[in-house]
Design a protein around this ligand. Sequence first.
Ligand SMILES: C[S@@+](CC[C@H](N)C(=O)[O-])C[C@H]1O[C@@H](n2cnc3c(N)ncnc32)[C@H](O)[C@@H]1O
Length: 279
Amino acid sequence: MTEAAAKVPVDGVAVTAIGVAVIRERESLRPDRLYNDPLAAAFVTAARAGFEPDRWARMEEIADQFYEGRTIGVRLVDDRFREAIEAGCRQIVLLGAGLDTRAHRMSLPADVHVYEIDLPELFAFKEPVLAAAGVPPTCPRHVIVADLREDWRTPLLATGFQPDVPTYWVDEGSLGYLNQDWNRRVVRTITELSAPASRFGAGRMVVDPDAPQYRALKDFVGESNSAPRNPPPDFDVEAWLQEIGWTTEFRSWNSMTADLPRPTGTLDPRIGSIAAIRR
Ligand SMILES: C[S@@+](CC[C@H](N)C(=O)[O-])C[C@H]1O[C@@H](n2cnc3c(N)ncnc32)[C@H](O)[C@@H]1O
């Protein structure tokens, strides 16, 4: 067994990152792909070696159920990344980075710093796979091993993050694993660490945590302290963001996906993303 296979997170919330890598590998193989993530295949191959075959098959089934919407979501975040950099953000923080490889695959300028925050078990697997692949990032990449429910501000600052530089904060399917209190604390910390013109995209979902695919995911992950996925917030997130220092604009999924070269389906118009800019 390789070093990485020995450390594959086969359960717990970090396992969800492998599911997303399965989705990105599948998308990257399509002739009409919406993005290309060549390193996803390296993660998937290394992860498969650490799973029992039945459990791996179950993982692929669940990834299939989420594929359509999730893969479009990856492309939308790629687009927001480029927008944020064009607008002057020179720091990008991935909250719950998982097996994201944007620092490697998006030809980001060398003066942009990417900060990846995730749990120890995730990086124990990710870093050896990246090292073995030997594909360097195109910009400085910083690993912050931290739990978003604990003090992640101190290690972020310790790696060189500068609160006076405009930052793009990315939540791509991670804050949904934290309860509302934790979400608010994370967003308050983001707010304190954000220079004017920093950006944050908050998903506005209409998720039924009892829908079959979410129940399947919850059973698979098998964790109670980070229940996937929590119900959507019961307060007006947009109003709250405005109150604590952000200007906001809601973009519906339907409007964000209208120009993509793939049918994306029409969703409930309340679903989409709140694009927030720090005042
Ligand atoms: C669904 S995955 C998404 C990963 C990545 N954003 C992507 O799109 O590929 C959720 C990620 O959130 C991370 N995560 C969940 N709870 C966390 C916590 N309390 N602290 C840090 N990371 C966490 C998991 O380890 C996992 O990598």
